[in-house]
Design a protein around this ligand. Structure first.
Ligand code: ADP
Ligand code: MG
Length: 477
């Protein structure tokens, strides 16, 4: 860039800043760069497609006027997205800027980003990647029950699903994490189906496995570019179970796709079973990019939420099987006792439904208790402290706590010490080395030996087993 145009550019920006105000300027124009000024055209680049379309939609005239006040010869502004050029130097480069979404004038007089249709160079790969992973028509926002543990995840998903093309992207990526069965897939599929049903934008739902498979097969058939194009031809990419993404190539490709979509102002939604920082197998840069949007956790389904999910399910089931009548007491029983996992809730109801269909018998409490025994959540254990275990065990065997921690090896201390270690291992979440430390700095192999010893004794010595049960119940009172 010549000094002349540099100076001129500084003045153009100064004018613009004065006209729109500091806040607007720094939101939209701070990252503009002048690429060149040739004859009547000023070429300006911005880092994201979103910025480009926003400036084009809202400030095109203004920008031009500012230029003309400094340099009347300029009659045209050419806005481009910088990233495409830089990116193509990277190993997993996306296709050249030809397929970068361009702006097109549409009927109502606005500009909006237009995603070019993908050239169907490989129908098989297209079908795979464009079709994405299968969507379950039951997993929609309508059937998703909102409660305390998922309010934020639901609200953010809804927001993403109902945004209009060209709206500012609020959080990107949206990253939802939760343990198994807590509704991640349900929300992600709801987002995808909502977007596709509204018809304005195109969403692609992929499991991480599908992503890998699509990429691998694209590489094999030398249509990697087509695969990338397919990914680029969508507005919202939804990737489920990201914890399963493996392999250097897939990761590099994912990272690249993520960057290029986000920088292009397109939405990415991701779900995984843990927060981004804990996706150990992923590259640090991907993790931090994933953490850079909105990260929300879905908590355990509370009893109330479980109850509502169940009632909703019963209503749905009754549409097909009107005789399926689940007494309120049974619903409460299931909501109260079956695990937090949404899949077990579904499994519980399915069992009762099957029973009702096959036998025609009414659903009773007895039936539910019998049929669902294995789904009942174990009573949550009280947190037990190691000191407490040592105290109770020492008292029971009439030794002192310091005897337990000492190096004495007489039989009357060895066995109680082993029992205490065994209880520490089974009633707390402490690791073997930590338990060793708390027992007078012993090695973890000593602890392991004690745990195994007691386990085997419990199997053969009924009175010891009973004694240990008594100790356990004392500790858990
Ligand atoms: P994840 O993907 O987190 O393992 P899923 O989305 O597959 O969990 O949910 C497991 C089951 O629980 C599904 O049948 C799902 O519909 C149901 N479920 C979970 N949360 C909700 C909810 N808030 N409302 C309705 N159904 C839910
Ligand atoms: Mg899932």
């Amino acid at each position: 860039m010549s000094e002349i145009s540099d100076e001129c550019w500084t003045r153009v920006k100064g004018r613009l800043r004065a006209e729109v105000g500091e806040a607007v300027y720094s939101s939209w124009f701070a990252r503009m760069e002048l690429e060149s000024v040739e004859a009547n055209t000023a070429r300006i680049s911005v880092p994201t497609l979103f910025l480009k379309s926003w400036i084009q939609n809202h400030y095109a005239e203004r920008l031009l006027t500012c230029w003309q006040s400094e340099r009347p010869a300029v009659t045209r502004i050419d806005l481009s997205v910088r990233t495409a050029a830089i990116r193509s130097a990277q190993p997993f480069a996306v296709a050249p800027p030809a397929s970068v979404p361009h702006l097109e004038k549409v009927d109502h007089g606005h500009f909006r980003p237009e995603i070019k249709p993908v050239s169907p160079s490989s129908p098989a790969v297209m079908a795979d990647t464009r079709g994405g992973s299968p969507l379950d028509p039951r997993l929609t926002f309508e059937t998703f029950v909102v409660g305390r543990s998922n309010t934020l995840a639901h609200a953010a998903s809804k927001q993403v699903a109902t945004a209009r093309r060209g709206d500012p992207v609020m959080f990107n990526p949206l990253y939802i994490h939760a343990g198994v069965g807590l509704g991640k897939t349900h929300l992600l599929q709801a987002v995808s189906q909502k977007i596709n049903s509204l018809g304005e934008r195109k969403a692609l739902y992929l499991t991480a496995e599908r992503f890998m498979y699509g990429f691998a097969s694209a590489l094999r058939s030398q249509t990697a570019l087509a695969f990338k194009d397919a990914l680029r031809g969508i507005d919202v990419l939804v990737v489920d179970d990201l914890q399963f993404l493996q392999g250097k190539n897939s990761q590099a490709e994912f990272s690249h796709t993520l960057n290029s979509l986000i920088d292009g102002g397109r939405q990415v939604v991701v779900a995984a079973d843990r927060p981004p920082a804990e996706l150990e197998s992923l590259d640090e840069r991907i993790r931090s990019r994933l953490a850079g949007g909105l990260v929300v956790e879905i908590g355990l389904l509370g009893e109330e939420l479980r109850h509502e999910i169940l009632s909703a399910r019963v209503q749905t089931a009754r549409a097909h099987h009107p005789a399926f009548d689940v007494p309120a007491q049974v619903l409460t029983y299931i909501a109260r006792t079956v695990t937090h996992n949404g899949r077990d809730l579904e499994g519980a109801l399915n069992r009762l439904l099957a029973h009702s269909k096959l036998t025609g018998q009414p659903i009773t409490m007895e039936l539910a208790e019998r049929e669902l025994r294995d789904l009942v959540r174990p009573v949550e254990l009280k947190r037990v402290r190691i000191e407490e275990i040592q105290r109770i065990v020492a008292r029971h065997y009439n030794v002192s706590r310091s005897d337990l921690l000492s190096s004495r090896r007489t039989a009357n201390v060895v066995r109680p010490r082993q029992i205490a270690m065994y209880l520490a291992k089974t009633l707390t979440l402490r690791s073997l080395p930590e338990i060793g430390r708390r027992f007078g700095g012993r090695d973890h192999t000593t602890v392991l030996h004690a745990v195994r010893k007691i386990e085997s004794l419990i199997g053969t010595d009924n009175s010891l087993a009973a004694e240990i049960e008594v100790l356990k119940s004392q500790l858990q009172e």
